[in-house]
Design a protein around this ligand. Structure first.
Ligand SMILES: Cc1ncc(C[n+]2csc(CCOP(=O)(O)OP(=O)(O)O)c2C)c(N)n1
Ligand SMILES: [Mg+2]
Length: 673
């Protein structure tokens, strides 16, 4: 890599066309070298990206995580070479030219699609179309919220997005656009790569959408430009910056721009151009340099952008140093929750163990949130229009509204997927700990963004209530069955299903402490008894027992003959079954509450063995069996659901589906006698 110090401006003026052609050349050369990738989009959007970066964006590659930087999101993540080429040109220290030469290879920074945490300056993972633009909505909202708290002196930046036809066709974009327009997120500027091409061919094969009209209808400021006319693009960005609404700049472009024979064709979307077309492109755009060679004057022009950003960062640091908000701002950005949160949760557990409070775990979550939200301002709640079912709002939480971002509660609307993506954006932006609610069943709708929370290791807390047939009369459309298995199959995701108010508070604590992992709190609609030993009991302990994922809630009366493992609302059933087995059949049964498989899996083998025991095991969960064989082994049994639920009062459903203490006891007798 040419070092920054060695660069001297050799030509007085480097044109933006030259700067953009550097992107084009690097993109086509890297894709050719890898024999894999997407040259068309980087070549088509090279002019727009160059104008954005050379004249507008404020970033400092030497301090890529500086809090007041502009955010850049490549929503059309298949065009990753656009971002990698720019990172090399800008001088990011982890992006020497060798990384471009190892595009898409194992261990390189230049992964197939941009991945958060994989290379410096990548603000979010993209590739699943529509996620980037929707995550950016959360970033732009977080920017406004943080500015409302700490002032424009410390927080004053834009979120820029490049989105393709695919991003705008995806359903999630509709949720995101609607929310951003409603909230008047004026610092959000989206460039639409309007090339009218996607993989199958012209977009006219599958859409007649008037995208500008769609954005206008959602309350956006909309402009349309020729994406290769740099002055027009610059003028549009200036106007967008002045708007009091989010902005769409529809950029009419040619995919693979510069390639004389393939430009404009879907053939440039996702395949190397080939040696002949690359040579012809070099000729066509007047790029006389060898593969991966960028002349110093062009590199210098790109690196001036970095210098401009560095100066802005220094000025910001001085403002921060002099600001009375400094401490509060820094601790918000660090995401450190005060000890008071955990002290409050400890006191909460003591109080409710004493009172043996019997509430639905969704209610317990609301009560725990009351303690949490009173002890910190970092948490930001919300729900996808189920606030009073999910019980996600607590006393004194003002709502976020258009032009009023000082509150802490977001009405995400009926947009589960958009909510999840926005929460990713809020978490990635920094300054807040987002949580948001919906029914567990609609985790399906949120799934695409939940997966990215896990992949990116973001502390996002999903409050998912109405977690089983226990929700009753709403019936099988609303009763999750397979969702726990799906969530548990997702790597790097805590799935908590607490059994009572104490476990609920414990799981909240664990979720908040999981700084690099999202959590799902799976909560009941129906009331559940407090199952933990009372304070007065000699066996009482104030340790967070959920922290090891599973623990023996009820010791057997003698040598363990059977172990009943349950989660959430079925732990109560397991306890009743154990009592029945002991009193009626003289069978010593242990009850294991297993609120979090993932944390239990992380325990050492000895701890797991001590909890699970060597007696036959029965798992009880009002959900699909998939995955439970891991815990019950070959000789175990499962009491739960084998198909969809039904519409009826919850007690009738538990009887109908045979998820009862009697059924568990019968299964135990069958196993051990
Ligand atoms: C959710 C999702 N569905 C499908 C894909 C596969 N895919 C990648 S790019 C693409 C076409 C995108 O078209 P467009 O955004 O217009 O990109 P362009 O061809 O203009 O570069 C598709 C279908 C994906 N990455 N994400
Ligand atoms: Mg396209």
């Amino acid at each position: 890599m040419t070092s920054q110090a060695a660069l001297k401006p050799v030509a007085a003026a480097v044109s933006e066309r030259d700067m953009a052609n550097a992107i084009r050349a690097l993109a086509m050369d890297s894709v050719q070298e890898a024999n894999s990738g997407h040259p068309g989009m980087p070549m088509g959007m090279a002019d727009v990206a160059t104008v954005l970066f050379s004249r507008f964006i404020t970033i400092d590659p030497s301090t890529p995580d500086w809090p007041d930087r502009d955010r850049f999101v490549l929503s059309a993540g298949h065009g990753s070479m656009l971002q990698y080429a720019m990172h090399y040109l800008l001088g990011y220290k982890d992006m020497p030219v060798e990384e471009l030469q190892r595009f898409r290879q194992l261990g390189s920074r230049t992964a197939g699609h941009p991945e958060f945490g994989h290379a410096l300056g990548i603000e979010t993972t993209t590739g699943p179309l529509g996620q980037g633009i929707s995550t950016a909505v959360g970033m732009a909202l977080a920017e406004r919220m943080l500015a409302a708290r700490h002032g424009a002196d410390l927080v004053d930046h834009f979120t820029y997005v490049i989105a393709g036809d695919g991003c705008l066709q995806e359903g999630i974009s509709h949720e995101a656009i609607d929310l951003a327009g409603h909230l008047k997120l004026s610092r959000l500027i989206v460039f639409w790569d309007d090339n009218a091409i996607s993989i199958d061919g012209p977009t006219s094969l599958s859409t007649s959408m008037d995208q500008p009209a769609r954005f206008k209808a959602a309350g956006w400021h909309v402009q349309s430009v020729d994406g290769h006319d740099t002055e027009a693009v610059a003028a549009a960005i200036e106007a967008a910056q002045q708007s009091d609404r989010p902005s769409l700049i529809a950029c009419r472009t040619v995919i693979g721009k510069g390639a004389p024979n393939l430009g404009g064709s879907e053939k440039t979307h996702g395949a190397p151009l080939g040696d002949a077309e690359i040579a012809a492109t070099r000729e066509n755009i007047g790029w006389a340099y060898a593969p991966f060679e960028v002349p110093d004057d062009i590199l210098f022009a790109w690196r001036e952008i970095a210098e401009r950003g560095q100066a802005a960062r220094h000025a910001w640091e001085q403002r921060l140093a002099a600001s009375p908000r400094r401490q509060a701002f820094e601790s918000a950005i660090a995401g450190k929750l005060p000890d008071a949160v955990f002290e409050a949760l400890g006191a909460f557990r003591k109080e409710h163990v004493e009172k043996a409070t019997k509430v639905a775990t969704r209610k317990a979550s609301e009560m725990a949130l009351g303690a949490i939200n009173a002890a910190t301002e970092l948490t930001v709640g919300g729900s996808a229009d189920l606030t009073h079912s999910n019980l996600t709002i607590t006393k004194g939480m003002d709502r976020i509204a258009p032009d009023d971002y000082a509150g802490r509660y977001i009405h995400y609307g009926i947009r589960e997927h958009g909510m999840a993506a926005a929460m990713n954006g809020i978490a990635l932006h920094g300054g807040f700990v987002p949580y948001g609610g919906t029914f567990l069943c609609f985790a399906d709708y949120a799934r695409g963004a939940m997966r990215l929370s896990a992949l990116m290791g973001q502390r996002v807390v999903y409050v998912m209530t109405h977690d089983s047939i226990g929700l009753g009369e709403d019936g099988p459309t609303h009763q999750p069955v397979e969702h726990l298995a799906m969530l548990r199959a997702t790597p790097n995701l805590n799935v908590f299903r607490p059994a009572d108010i104490i476990e609920t508070a414990e799981c909240w604590e664990l979720a908040l402490k999981s700084e690099n992992r999202p959590s799902v709190l799976v909560l009941s609609r129906q009331n559940l008894p407090m199952l933990r030993q009372a304070h007065s009991d000699p066996a009482y302990s104030d340790e967070n027992r959920s922290s090891q994922g599973a623990y023996i809630l009820r010791e057997p009366a003698g040598r363990r003959a059977v172990t009943l493992i349950a989660t959430g609302s079925e732990v109560e059933i397991a306890v009743a079954a154990a009592e029945r087995l002991e009193t009626e059949h003289g069978i010593a049964a242990a009850v294991v509450s297993m609120p979090c498989w993932e944390l239990f899996e992380e325990q050492d083998a000895g701890t797991r063995k001590a909890v699970l025991g060597s007696a036959p095991r029965i798992a009880i969960e009002a959900a699909a069996r998939l995955g439970w064989d891991r815990w019950i082994g070959d000789t175990g049994a499962f009491v739960g659901m084998a198909g969809f639920g039904a519409s009826a009062p919850a007690p009738d459903l538990y009887r109908h589906f045979d998820i009862t203490p009697e059924a568990v006891a019968a299964a135990a007798l069958k196993l051990i006698i």
